[in-house]
Structure formats: C-alpha cells, structure tokens
Design a protein around this ligand. Structure first.
Ligand SMILES: C[S@@+](CC[C@H](N)C(=O)[O-])C[C@H]1O[C@@H](n2cnc3c(N)ncnc32)[C@H](O)[C@@H]1O
Length: 221
C-alpha cells in the first residue's frame, strides 16, 4: 500500500467501525439475493467450505452456515465481526462460522488451494485501487481449490452515486463518508483473466437503488 491508499484505508476502517457501532445489524438478518444464488452455485459444485470476504455483521455468513457450509468470515471491522459472532452463538451456529479480522489489502491468511468457494458481496467495490483488486483476486485464486468458484458483487459505473461526492482517484468516489470503487465493465473482464467467467448479472439492491453486477468466475480444474 502506498501512503495515500493506507490513509484512505484507515479512514474507511474507522468509518465502518463507527457505522456498525451506531447501527448494529444494519443490513438485517435476511441473506442477500447474491448469497442465495451463490449457495446454489457452491452446492452444485459440491463445495463444503466457503470463505466470505467483507462479511460485516454476517447476514450472508450465517445463511451459508444454515445451508450447511463451514464458513470463514473475514472483515477489517472487529465491531462487525463481534456482531456476527453474537448472532452465530444465538443461532447455535458458532461451530460452523469462524471469523478473522483481516484487511483484504494483505495476503489472505490461508494455505494454497484450501477452500472450495469464495463469496464477497459489495467488498471489491470498497476503496480498493485497481492494483489492490488485482492482488486480491490473485490471492483468491491462490487459496481456491481447482474448479472452485468465486462469486462477488460490485457497484458499477451505472450507479446513481458514480461521479458524485469527492473523487479519490481511479473510479473511487466518496459519498457520505463511504468510498466506493465503481466498476467499469473492462475491470470485471481484466479480473477474470485466467478464470472461466460464467456470468455477469446486473441487479439492484436497496432504495437508492444501488446498481450492481453479480460476477461468477470459476477456476479451471
Ligand atoms: C458494503 S459492506 C457489505 C457487508 C456484507 N458483505 C453485507 O452485504 O452484509 C462492505 C464491508 O466490507 C468491509 N471492508 C471494506 N474494506 C475492507 C477491507 N479493505 N478489508 C476487509 N474488509 C473491508 C467493511 O467493513 C464492510 O463490512
């Protein structure tokens, strides 16, 4: 990370800490639509374990656990992950979900070819530079087993907030304290280099609405 990226990352981490502290469980208890889709993809591929990146307070990690997957849920917000652990304990799912405080700008804390599937809903579109995104997807590739799937979602350049607020370089815009990297389509294609890009599915979430792509890419066997 260079100095500017490091500073933005730290400000963002503090922002997420404050936000989860002020609004516990802010995304609700129901799984996101992409998680419901991903569970089907992972199940059809025979996956047993799922790594979730940017899991927050865990609406989707808990859903994957309820579906029977063993889940490792990472996020750089200890406050969000504490809410996840409390919810997992309350749902008697603690044995199925492990949490790790981790910034995705750093190497993933996993061995090569050690997980069946990776999921990340609205994580890659956080304040990550294009260089950091390529490094992250290289890491996802390293930890996935051959044939493993990566399902991620990102807000894209068709979103109403693209170009609004404070420009932070590349296609990163900060609005209401949250910095978002709005993906152009060629970035999706570049990050799929060497993968089988199965699908790029447009969808909307929330009242704004946020406009996103759900991307499914799989490693060759
Ligand atoms: C838009 S929220 C989505 C949370 C969760 N995926 C959901 O949909 O309920 C993005 C999440 O990414 C986390 N995050 C942002 N930047 C991160 C980074 N560099 N490393 C790890 N987590 C990060 C935030 O703390 C937050 O929990």
């Amino acid at each position: 990370m260079d100095g500017g990226d490091q500073e933005l990352a730290e400000v963002q981490r503090e922002h997420w800490e404050r936000t989860y502290g002020a609004h516990p469980g802010m995304y609700g208890e129901q799984p996101s639509d992409p998680a419901v889709y991903a569970a089907e993809v992972f199940r059809a591929a025979g996956a047993a374990d799922v790594l979730e990146l940017g899991a927050g307070h865990g609406r989707d990690a808990l859903f994957f656990a309820r579906c029977g997957f063993t889940v490792l849920a990472g996020d750089f917000s200890p406050v969000g992950l504490e809410q996840l652990r409390e919810a997992a304990a309350a749902a008697v799912l603690a044995g199925k979900v492990t949490t790790v405080v981790h910034d995705v700008r750093e190497p993933l804390p996993l061995a090569d070819a050690s997980v069946d599937a990776v999921f990340a809903h609205m994580l890659l579109c956080m304040a990550l530079s294009t260089k950091e995104l390529h490094a992250l997807v290289t890491e996802v590739r390293r930890v996935l087993r051959p044939g493993g799937s990566f399902v991620y979602t990102v807000r894209h350049t068709g979103d109403a907030h693209f170009g609004a607020g404070i420009g932070r370089g590349e296609d990163i815009w900060e609005h209401g304290g949250f910095a978002v990297h709005f993906f152009p389509r060629d970035l999706v294609d570049a990050l799929a280099d060497g993968w089988d890009l199965t699908e790029v599915h447009p969808f909307e979430e929330g009242d704004l609405p946020r406009r996103l792509w759900r991307v499914t890419q799989t490693l060759p066997r």
